[in-house]
Design a protein around this ligand. Structure first.
Ligand code: SIN
Ligand code: MN
Length: 200
């Protein structure tokens, strides 16, 4: 379990072992059934290549009306609760005082990626964002606190956890690509990234 600090991002390599990763996938199955993945659209009308859904009191959505958190899935149902084993990781690495409102679930298929962005739709940036990687390896790019400038990249693998907090809370970050089929965790390949957020 190596620990790396890269531009303030606290990266815990292999924080979850294989059986903990498999347990999280089992916990996610009923969530994906009741809150199916959807393909979000940016406010400017571009379809994102990742598919997403959420668990928790609030879920993150984007459409023509903008980026926001809301209490229901776009199809109308409340989001399912965040599973206990996921909350346990947050309590251990992020905060024992307050649980996250949102577990954003991003699924990356073979050619999915995510451009450099800041996570800034939350009300209070003093809370970190905690990210859990499951499935295929992903090339994670870290930029600066403003757009532009030099960037650095690191491969994230299944079981890695990243804490984006403190001065790095508003640092630009994104996923350039995944190495499709590099992990056997998801039977049909791809990558799931969970981000836990205090949103309200
Ligand atoms: C995100 O920034 O929302 C996702 C990051 C990742 O997929 O690792
Ligand atoms: Mn992000």
């Amino acid at each position: 379990m190596a620990r790396l600090l890269l531009r303030g991002f606290d990266i815990r390599k292999a924080w979850l072992d294989g059986s903990a990763q498999a347990q999280l996938i089992e916990e996610l199955r009923p969530i994906l059934r009741s809150a199916p993945l959807f393909r979000p659209m940016t406010p400017s009308g571009k379809e994102m290549s990742v598919r997403m859904t959420s668990a928790g009191k609030l879920g993150w959505v984007t459409d023509k009306s903008g980026y926001r958190y809301q209490p229901q899935h776009p199809k109308g149902a409340d989001w399912p609760a965040i599973p206990e084993p996921i909350l346990k990781i947050w309590r251990e690495l992020a905060s024992a005082d307050r649980d996250p409102d949102c577990c954003l679930i991003n699924y990356y298929g073979e050619s999915a990626k995510m451009g450099l962005h800041q996570d800034k739709d939350e009300a209070d940036f003093s809370w970190p964002v905690l990210s859990i990687s499951l499935g295929d390896d992903a090339l994670f790019r870290i930029g600066n606190q403003t757009r532009g400038g030099k960037t650095e990249s690191i491969w994230l693998s299944s079981g890695d956890v990243v804490i984006m907090g403190g001065p790095a809370r508003l640092t630009y970050h994104g996923i350039d690509r995944i190495r499709f089929g590099s992990s056997k965790l998801l039977p049909r390949g791809g990558r799931i990234n969970l981000t836990l957020r205090v949103a309200s």
